[in-house]
Design a protein around this ligand. Structure first.
Ligand code: SPV
Ligand code: MG
Length: 291
């Protein structure tokens, strides 16, 4: 099945599906290996792993380069966190064209202004996109895709910016009518009350995606009860890797020795396995002249 079709199925099936953050080819591969059926190419995590801020400091073509490695390394669909679409409708539709060429299954755009800031940094002071302008962007993206199953998710930042339920619903409905395939309703509250209120009024009109980073204590069955279609575990691989790298770097620096760490890190053979070194050895036998 095509990656696009698989992602489309995930957003339209009733039970919540779960996709996991990755930020490069290696993390994407690990996400697939443990059993996830989809990948969230997180803007926060990709920018962090490149050593820059989540403010469009990495250019959109630099993000594309990362995505190409992620896509080549995996066979499950990737949903790109496309921020605001990196500009106006024209930049966003060119993004869709380039994503399809790289076999990326879908993109999520958020109704903020370029250059964006992460929703968890001064969320309330962030200006939102003009609804009409954002709807034009959605239409341009949908008109551009060649594969009917390519997914455009639109992210409503009304709760993040402090505008409340009415504005969240107004925007979600406008985006639905403009052709969005799903609505990502985002909340920075530590409880699920905003999402609950939205789901009640939304009443199953169109697929809904959530990112429970801040309301992580909410049990997963609640997402199911509310009728959420897709759940994004948004940044936990980059966070795990930060902790692991800090620990090992510190230990090696302090101990000036590898004796204490060898058993606590992945083996070099495990790196080779993840890279698919065996396949190359077999190919060399097949294609290189025998001595
Ligand atoms: C990301 O993973 O980059 C996201 C989700 O956009 S959040 O950080 O919650 O805004
Ligand atoms: Mg992001």
């Amino acid at each position: 099945m095509k990656k696009t079709t698989r992602l489309r199925e995930m957003i339209s099936s009733k039970n919540p599906d779960f996709i996991m953050e990755a930020h490069n080819g290696l993390s994407a591969k690990i996400v697939e290996e443990v059993g996830f059926e989809g990948i969230w190419a997180s803007g926060l995590s990709i920018s962090a792993s490149l050593g820059v801020r989540d403010n469009n400091e990495a250019s959109w073509t630099q993000v594309l380069d990362v995505l190409e490695f992620m896509s080549d390394a995996t066979s499950i669909p990737i949903l790109l966190d496309g921020d605001t679409g990196y500009g106006n409708f024209n930049n966003a539709r060119r993004l869709v064209k380039k994503l399809e060429q790289r076999n990326i299954a879908g993109v999520c755009i958020e109704d903020k202004l370029f250059p964006k800031t992460n929703s968890f940094i001064n969320g309330e002071s962030q200006p939102l996109a003009d609804v009409e302008e954002f709807c034009g962007k959605i239409k341009a993206m949908k008109d551009t895709q060649l594969d009917d199953d390519f997914v455009v998710v639109t992210r409503v930042e009304a709760f993040i910016a402090g505008w409340g339920l009415k504005e969240a619903l107004r925007r979600a409905e406008a985006y639905r009518q403009s052709g969005a395939d799903a609505i990502l309703i985002h909340s920075k509250r530590s409880d699920i009350t905003e999402i609950e209120a939205f789901m009640k009024e939304w009443n199953g009109r169109h697929p809904v995606v959530i990112v429970p980073t801040k309301y992580y204590t909410t049990p997963t069955y609640r997402f199911h009860e509310l009728g959420v279609n897709l759940v994004i575990w948004a940044n936990h691989n980059v966070r795990a890797s930060i902790d692991a790298m800090k620990k090992i770097s510190r230990q090696i620096y302090q101990e000036k020795s590898l004796i204490g760490v060898e058993g606590n890190v992945a083996t070099v053979d495990e790196i080779f396995r993840l890279q698919g070194a065996e396949e190359l050895q077999a190919a060399e036998k097949k294609y290189l002249p025998s001595k």
